[in-house]
Write a protein that binds this ligand. Sequence first.
Ligand code: UGA
Length: 456
Amino acid sequence: MTAVNISVIGGTGYVGLVTGLGLSEIGHQVTNIDIDQDQVNQLNSGNCPIYEEGINPVLKRNLASGRLKFSTDLESSIKGSHVVFIAVGTPSLPNGNIDLSQITEVANQLRLCIDTYKVIVIKSTVPAGATKLIRKILTDGVQGDRFDIVANPEFLREGNALADFFFPDRIILGGDSDKALSIIKSIYEPIIERDIFVEGIDNPPKEPYLVPVIQTDIASAQIIKYASNAFLATRISFINEIAEICEQVNADIKEVSKGMGYDSRIGHSYLEAGLGFGGPCLEKDLSALINTVNQDECETELLRSVLNRNDKQISSVVKKIERLLDKSIHNRTIGVLGLTFKQGTNDIRNSLSIRVIEELHKHGAVVQSYDPVVKNEILAIHANVKPCDSAYAAAENADALLILTGWKDFLSLDYQKIHSSMANPCIVDSRNLLNPSDMIALGFKYLGIGATGHDS
Ligand code: UGA
């Protein structure tokens, strides 16, 4: 593989950072560009703003090797690069559409810096029409073909992002230029050939086959990304609905998921019933997919119901607490364990924990919270939550303990101690993390999702 000079725009954000780290780790010369001077300085000194398994050693190693640097100087970085990855944010607008302002801003700046031929790679998740817009901005008033665009959607899961980058299930490349597609393929060569070992993260066994590369048109590449997230969300809403059915007939959702997953046509992934899907991606992408189509010509009833089902999980968890506390949670103290949208990350963007807390407040409850990696950040969203230093402090004198994130740390707590410190020892476990019979044996009233526990 030949090392390539690469710029990653949006280089301190989640996707940009992991992309830049990954590309430098496999041997390329990478500049991660961002407008946030403070984050750029922090990263250049080896301090990583995100909590992600294995990220610190990879960052430090690549800074030290000189293959990776962070910069706010877009113009000189772009002029020295052959390939430019765009990984800026594409947040949702209130109507569910995608806010493309960061992408268009970047395109406007790029237009002025493209001096020699470059491949522009779209990593950000954008609807197919956005690429036309980027192309239009880049060619505005400019003669000749100075660039090609390749859509290369990311499939990184927070908490597992480095492993997902280095050992992907597939690489999707959308574009109409064979030259550009072959440049990007050659950049990924060590990954495609599974010819890498990354120190500091779990490396899966080397497989004797190549990572599949799907070369397609831009619109299909972008729909592959949206459809994948929509499908994962659909599985989660599906299993949450089955969990509710389990509660009616006293079946155990964990057994049901296990039994279903052994069918090779179904598989075990994304069949864990719980609080639903949170975080910055699944809901946003599902809404965007629904909003990209003309509803008069294409009905998206199924996708809408996936979102509705997810919303329902919030109120259903609050109802479980009410059930354990004899209907009213007004003025009752609820200890909340877990604020991040899932374990393994410090991300609280669109965390369902935050929405549950909002619902608890609406019902007049008093909330004290604990999370292994997030503490006072919650105060910026809910000023009247009491952030605690430990799970024990969050449980103390509480009328109910509510597990909202599946952190493994919560498995090894001393639940005997928690039982004796609570005003009213009951647990609602919205991630089905604990063993119900152990909790019931300790004297807790316990409810999970999908009849994995019952009132003692
Ligand atoms: C998701 C996709 O999994 C990635 O492939 C994609 O690249 C990323 O979005 C993105 O578009 O950037 P992520 O949002 O990091 O990744 O998180 P997931 O691991 O997919 O989990 C999403 C939510 O679903 C979490 O709240 C999680 O707790 C929940 N979940 C997941 C369940 O409730 N049940 C499950 O069985 C699995």
